[in-house]
Write a protein that binds this ligand. Sequence first.
Ligand code: HEC
Ligand code: HEC
Length: 167
Amino acid sequence: MKKINLAVIASLLMLAIAPMMFSLNASAADKNTVNSLATLRDSTPIDRQKEPNSIPKVVNKDIKQGRNYPMQPPVIPHTTRSYEVNLNNNKCMSCHSRHRTEKSQAPMVSVTHYMDRDGNFLADVSPRRYFCNQCHITQLDAEPLVENTFTDMHSLMKEKTATTEQH
Ligand code: HEC
Ligand code: HEC
């Protein structure tokens, strides 16, 4: 008899505590939502449609951008709207291929674009480098939505030599 009573009391306690635990969880979740989602929605209430931001323009300054590490595909400094790349056509190569650079004054795709995966040089652009937009992208004239903490190896090395010199 005593055992049953204990079990009943325990389950009653659980029933009483469970809603409290759920509400604690819910408030933590609410906080997260406020921190992550609401910033992109500019704190617009969840039941309202936010006035959409205007679509930023593609940077079209024709000026080379810095590369953040040696193997980074350079970003595209011009618009690429309506430049088709498909089975029959590669608009990018009409300016960037070896025999078009003189006329277009575009930089030639580098030799890596003519290499197959075994390092052999092919006569034409390699199939694995055919779809340019897989690796090269245009940039938008916009502020980043989230902070980027990427540090260039060059700066890391400088910091390191500075700290080792101090000791
Ligand atoms: C009408 C000619 C033309 C076409 C088509 C073209 N480009 Fe370019 N591209 C250039 C020129 C010229 C430059 C040199 C910078 C400038 O003037 O914009 C350049 C620069 C670049 C660069 C920067 C290279 C560097 O060293 O920083 C990349 C990457 C690039 N283009 C990729 C592409 C891709 C991908 C496409 C197809 C979606 C494409 N381009 C189509 C003419 C062209
Ligand atoms: C698989 C990824 C990849 C694809 C696909 C690709 N590229 Fe590249 N591209 C790179 C990388 C990485 C670099 C920089 C290192 C190098 O030259 O290999 C580069 C460099 C370049 C450069 C600068 C060359 C130089 O010497 O400064 C141009 C221009 C370029 N690519 C254009 C193109 C075009 C046009 C296409 C499509 C026909 C294309 N790329 C496809 C990865 C790619």
